[in-house]
Design a protein. Structure first.
Length: 200
């Protein structure tokens, strides 16, 4: 990814290109040589173009990937937790939380911090207001990780649907097409993308 895009999504570290070891969710995943990294990025961009992904859609995908990486960087302060006073853990690195809020398009950082440090209990109350309760330190990290998994899962499911729409024949809804043609949509099985291309 070009440096200007890395800056746009706050993926530079100390003014330099970040590496997997800079990110909690990528630690231990290994590092690609720069030429492979650049080639891979170009292939993804070319695929977006071939499938007619709009600039807005592409930006959304990169933004979500960056958002998940930054959410994984959030650290919790256990010392602020006080069950007797219903005071939750706080997030230590507010700078990361601000980046997450910006990527998410959330102006009020407190509204983002709340679900990352508390849980919503759906129970009937006198005034029908939402009831938020604090959660222990370890549960805060579980909240964060669960949110990241769900965001990434939603994006993946959207990508599969979006790509199926892109490859769908224009006349697929015609009765004549249905009567004479068999189709197969996209099926993603982990690892297939790493197979070498078959010889011609």
């Amino acid at each position: 990814m070009p440096d200007e895009k890395l800056k746009k999504y706050s993926l530079m570290k100390g003014g330099k290109r970040s590496v997997p070891e800079d990110w909690n969710y990528l630690k231990g995943s290994g590092t690609l040589p720069p030429d492979v990294d650049i080639t891979g990025y170009r292939e993804v961009q070319e695929t977006y173009d071939r499938l007619k992904f709009s600039e807005e859609e592409q930006d959304g995908i990169w933004r979500i990937c960056a958002l998940v990486l930054h959410l994984g960087q959030l650290e919790y302060n256990k010392t602020t937790y006080d069950e007797s006073k219903n005071v939750p853990c706080s997030i230590k690195n507010q700078d990361e939380l601000k980046i997450v809020a910006d990527l998410y398009g959330i102006a009020d950082i407190a509204s983002l911090e709340k679900p990352l440090t508390m849980k919503l209990v759906k129970a009937p109350t006198k005034n029908d207001k939402d009831l938020w309760t604090i959660v222990p330190f370890d549960f805060c990290k579980t909240n964060r990780d669960s949110l990241c998994k769900q965001i990434f899962n939603c994006m993946f499911n959207w990508l599969v649907k979006r790509m199926n729409i892109s490859i769908e024949p224009a006349n697929m809804k015609d009765e004549s097409f249905k009567a004479h043609t068999k189709t197969i949509g996209l099926l993603d099985i982990f690892g297939f993308e790493n197979f070498p291309a078959p010889p011609n």
